[in-house]
Design a protein around this ligand. Structure first.
Ligand SMILES: Nc1ncnc2c1ncn2[C@@H]1O[C@H](COP(=O)(O)OP(=O)(O)OP(=O)(O)O)[C@@H](O)[C@H]1O
Ligand SMILES: [Mg+2]
Length: 511
C-alpha cells in the first residue's frame, strides 16, 4: 500500500436537477480494499458507474497512475483493467457460464477460442478456489453462483481494480466467507478493490479505508482500524442509530394465522418444507431466523397462496384457507413484501403512482363502476411518497430510476396503505442502509400496534431479534425450535440455525 493507483477528483454527476455526486474526491491505493459506505440514494452506485464508464460525469476527472483517464464506455474501463460486479447482475440467463464469461470479449467466437477460454477460466477457478460448472445455464444457478460468474468474468478480463457493488447482499454467510477469501487473494497480488456494502461489520472486516458518502458528497475518508462500527453508522446518517425498539407486549390470544403440519416442495437450491406448524397472534411479530435457502421463501409463498402444499392446512382467523387463491387472500387483508423487489415487488417501467396501486387499482376509490380514476391514483401517489419519505418526491418517476431503498419504500407504502391484517415480509431490509432499515422496522411495528400479525423472514439475525416478539428457527425446511428474544444467546441460536433442535421446550409448545 501507499502507492496511489487511482484518483477521482471533484467528480460531479447530475441526473436532470438531481445531483447524484457532488464534487467527490476518492483515491485508491495499490493493494487496498476501499469501502464505500452511504445511505440508500447517497450516490455510491452512480459514482462507481462513472468510474466504470457507464456515466460521464459533468465535472471532475479520473486519474489512473497519474494520467487522466477518458472513459466513453465500460469497454474503455475494461481496457484499463477496471472491472465491475454490479448491484444487479448483468448476465444472460439462457447462456452457459462459459458463454457469459466470454461474452462481449470476442466479437466472433470460434470453437478454438472457446476451448482456449475454457482453459483460462478453469485456471482462474482453480487459482481462486471458485466452484463453477462452466456448462451449466446461468438461469439454473443460485444467486451466489451467479455472482461467482460475475467475479470470474471480471477476473477473466484481467481486472486490476475490481469494483463490487453490494456483493454480499444476496449471499449466505458461508458464501460471504468464500467471497472474502477470494478478495484477500486478489489484493495479495497487488490488485485493488472498491467495495460497496451496507453491512458495517463487513466493512470493518474487509476494508483498509472507508469513504462515506452522504447525499452525494464524500463526507469523510478514514482508516478502518481507527473507527468502530458505531462511528461509521454515525458518519453515514449524521446521528447514532441502534437497533432497539420498544415493543408492546402481545396481549391477544387470538390467532390470525395458523399452519398445521404443512409440507411443500421447494424452489431451486432450497429446502422443501417438512411438517411446519406455526401460529401468529394479533399484534404479534413472529420472526423466522435461519440461513437463506432453508425453506423461508417457500414458507412465505405457502402463506401467500403462491406455492401449492402437499399436506397440512392453513387457517386464517380460524377459517381454513388452504385452497384459497392469492388474490382472495390479498382481498381479505394479506400484505406481501416479496424477496425480489425488482421482479416481484414492482413493475420497473411503471411510475411510482402506478406501482402504489398494483394490488387495488380495480377497486374503489380508484375504479368505480368500471371507470378508472387517474386523478385518485395521482393523489394517492402524492400522499404516499410524502408519508413514506420516498426520495425523490416525484410520484410520476419510473420505479426503475429509484435507488434500492426507495424502491422498497414504494412497496411498503402500497402494501401498508391497504391496512393489512397479516403482513408477510421477506428480507424487507435487504440492501437497505441503517436509516431506511429503521424506517421499515418502524413501519412493521406500526402494523403490529394496529393489531396486525407480522411474519418477518430475515437472514439478518439482529433484525429478527430486534423486531420480533417470538422467533422460530428454520433449518432444511423444518422448525428447530422457538424462543423469545433475549431468552437464549447467539451460540444457541447459531446451533439451531445449523440444524440442532432446541431441547428445552416451553410449556404448551408443540412437540
Ligand atoms: N439513471 C438515473 N436517472 C435518474 N436518477 C437516478 C439514476 N440513477 C440514480 N439516480 C438517482 O441518483 C441518486 C443516487 O442513486 P444511487 O443509485 O447512486 O444510490 P446508492 O447510494 O447506490 O443507493 P442504494 O444503496 O440504494 O443502492 C438517487 O437519488 C437516485 O434516485
Ligand atoms: Mg446502489
Amino acid at each position: 500500500m501507499g502507492e496511489k493507483l487511482l484518483e477521482m477528483r471533484h467528480v460531479t454527476k447530475r441526473f436532470g436537477k438531481l445531483i447524484a455526486n457532488r464534487n467527490v474526491d476518492l483515491d485508491l491505493e495499490r493493494g487496498e480494499v476501499h469501502a464505500l459506505l452511504g445511505e440508500n440514494g447517497a450516490g455510491k452506485t452512480t459514482l462507481m458507474n462513472c468510474l466504470y464508464g457507464i456515466y460521464a460525469p459533468e465535472e471532475g476527472e479520473i486519474l489512473l497512475n497519474g494520467e487522466p483517464l477518458k472513459l466513453s464506455g465500460p469497454k474503455d474501463a475494461i481496457a484499463h483493467n477496471i472491472g465491475m460486479v454490479h448491484q444487479h447482475f448483468m448476465l444472460v440467463p439462457p447462456l452457459t457460464v462459459l458463454q457469459n464469461i466470454v461474452l462481449g470479449q470476442e466479437c466472433k467466437i470460434t470453437p478454438m477460442d472457446l476451448s482456449k477460454a475454457r482453459t483460462k477460466v478453469e485456471d482462474l477457478c482453480e487459482r481462486y478456489h471458485l466452484q463453477l460448472d462452466l456448462d451449466e445455464k446461468v438461469a439454473d444457478l443460485s444467486v451466489g453462483a451467479q455472482q461467482r460468474v460475475e467475479l470470474i468474468k471480471a477476473l477473466y478480463r484481467g481486472a486490476d481494480i475490481l469494483i463490487l457493488d453490494e456483493p454480499t447482499a444476496v449471499l449466505t454467510p458461508p458464501e460471504v466467507e468464500g467471497l472474502f477469501d477470494i478478495l484477500h487473494q486478489f489484493v495479495a497480488q497487488g490488485k485493488s478493490i472498491i467495495i460497496i456494502s451496507h453491512k458495517l461489520w463487513e466493512v470493518k472486516r474487509i476494508s483498509d479505508r472507508v469513504t462515506v458518502l452522504r447525499s452525494g458528497e464524500a463526507v469523510s475518508t478514514v482508516f478502518t482500524k481507527d473507527v468502530e462500527q458505531e462511528d461509521l453508522a454515525a458518519m453515514m446518517v449524521g446521528k447514532r442509530v441502534t437497533l432497539e425498539y420498544d415493543k408492546a407486549p402481545v396481549t391477544s390470544q387470538k390467532d390470525i394465522l395458523e399452519l398445521k403440519d404443512v409440507s411443500a416442495k421447494s424452489g431451486q437450491n432450497a429446502s422443501s418444507l417438512k411438517n411446519v406448524s406455526l401460529h401468529i397472534r394479533e399484534g404479534e411479530v413472529l420472526g423466522v431466523a435461519g440461513v437463506d435457502g432453508n425453506g423461508q421463501l417457500e414458507l412465505s409463498e405457502v402463506i401467500m397462496g403462491l406455492r401449492p402444499i402437499q399436506s397440512g392446512s392453513v387457517r386464517y382467523r380460524g377459517e381454513d384457507i388452504t385452497q384459497v387463491s392469492t388474490r382472495r387472500r390479498i382481498e381479505s387483508g394479506f400484505a406481501h413484501i416479496p424477496e425480489e423487489r425488482m421482479t416481484q415487488g414492482l413493475v420497473m417501467n411503471f411510475t411510482l403512482s402506478e406501482n402504489m396501486i398494483l394490488n387495488c387499482y380495480d377497486k374503489p376509490p380508484f375504479t368505480v363502476h368500471h371507470l378508472f380514476d387517474s386523478k385518485k391514483m395521482k393523489a394517492n401517489g402524492e400522499k404516499l411518497v410524502e408519508d413514506y419519505d420516498v426520495r425523490p418526491r416525484t410520484p410520476e418517476a419510473l420505479a426503475r430510476s429509484l435507488s434500492g431503498g426507495n424502491q422498497q419504500k414504494v412497496i411498503i407504502a402500497r402494501e401498508f396503505s391497504q391496512d393489512p391484517q397479516l403482513v408477510v415480509a421477506v428480507q424487507p431490509t435487504r440492501g437497505l442502509d441503517i436509516g431506511a432499515s429503521d424506517f421499515v422496522h418502524q413501519k412493521l411495528l406500526g402494523q403490529k400496534a394496529k393489531g396486525a400479525g407480522v411474519l418477518l423472514i430475515s437472514a439478518d439475525l439482529d433484525e429478527v431479534l430486534a423486531v420480533s416478539d417470538r422467533v422460530i428457527v428454520i433449518n432444511e425446511g423444518e422448525i428447530m425450535g422457538e424462543f423469545v428474544p433475549g431468552e437464549i444467546d447467539y451460540a444457541e441460536i447459531g446451533l439451531m440455525m445449523g440444524g440442532t433442535r432446541r431441547t428445552v421446550k416451553k410449556e404448551g409448545e408443540l412437540a
